[in-house]
Design a protein around this ligand. Structure first.
Ligand SMILES: [Zn+2]
Ligand SMILES: [Zn+2]
Length: 272
């Protein structure tokens, strides 16, 4: 029963943390529960799980050290599952790979595979929809010395239409292709490559434990209004980087980099 609760609450917390600010007060109520349950969760991530499916059920940031270092896993595999008509921008995927390569120690390399899924046909996808899609189609799970991450790229938007992406489990992220397409690539809009790469980098920052969710803060820089985000407006981990609020910022400028505080947290947790 405890385990079941953990899953439910961790989804809600993730959902809230990834969303815009307004629901933060709920977080405090659930935070303690998550903390208690996540401790009890730790044990079943290794034993009796040859396919690594249990390992993939943890909260975002729980695999930060495993992602950043080669202590347990020397290779990183990324399985991109995209819906028909929404093949991800190739240059954005390349840029994302370079971004990850500059942060993690994976002597076996970072491998990215892409698989097309049937269209969902839905205008709006809930977190539960996304979890069901992952359960149905994800083939690649952490095993031996290989750590596996799943990226779902959808043909619909999220229940919050301003959200471009979410990190919802320790090795799972989702980008809302329809919303990204609506806001990029046309005259007067930001380039598709730039927007997609920004959201990919931001969501993977959460998997790497930013902010204060798996990679301990070396200096206090968590945005109190937007939990698990950086308080520096010019940092990639500023909350706006995963919402349509980022559009004005990157339309003329570059993808925001990780600031020193975020880089230091990753380094202290074993990253480059
Ligand atoms: Zn975020
Ligand atoms: Zn930062």
């Amino acid at each position: 029963m405890l385990k079941q609760n953990f899953y439910i609450f961790s989804r809600i917390i993730t959902d809230i943390t990834m969303d815009k600010a307004s629901r933060n007060n709920l977080f405090t109520a659930f935070a303690l529960l998550c903390l208690i349950c996540s401790c009890s969760k730790k044990d079943d991530s290794s034993a009796g799980d040859s396919k690594g499916e249990n390992y993939s059920q943890q909260a975002p940031g729980k695999s930060a050290h495993d992602l950043l270092t080669a202590d347990r896993f020397t290779t990183l595999n990324i399985e991109v599952l995209y819906m028909k008509g929404y093949a991800p921008d190739g240059a954005a995927i390349e840029q994302w790979k370079e971004f990850l390569s500059s942060l993690v120690h994976k002597p076996g390399g970072i491998r990215i595979t892409q698989t097309q899924l049937p269209a969902s046909g839905k205008e709006e996808l809930s977190l539960n929809d996304i979890i069901s899609i992952e359960k149905k189609y994800r083939k690649s799970y952490t095993h031996d010395n290989e750590l596996d991450v799943s990226l779902i790229y959808t043909d619909g938007g999220y229940t919050d239409p301003d959200v471009l992406g979410i990190a919802y489990r320790n090795t799972s992220i989702c980008l809302f292709g329809k919303t990204i397409a609506t806001h990029s690539g046309n005259v007067g809009q930001v380039s598709r490559t730039k927007l997609m790469a920004t959201v990919l980098e931001h969501e993977s920052g959460h998997l790497l434990g930013l902010v204060n969710t798996g990679s301990d803060m070396q200096a206090d820089h968590e945005d109190r209004e937007h939990i698990h985000h950086c308080n520096n407006q010019n940092c990639l981990m500023y909350y706006a980087a995963e919402t349509t609020d980022i559009l004005g910022v990157i339309i003329s400028g570059n993808i925001p980099p990780l600031d020193d505080n975020c880089r230091n947290d990753l380094k202290a947790n074993g990253g480059q």
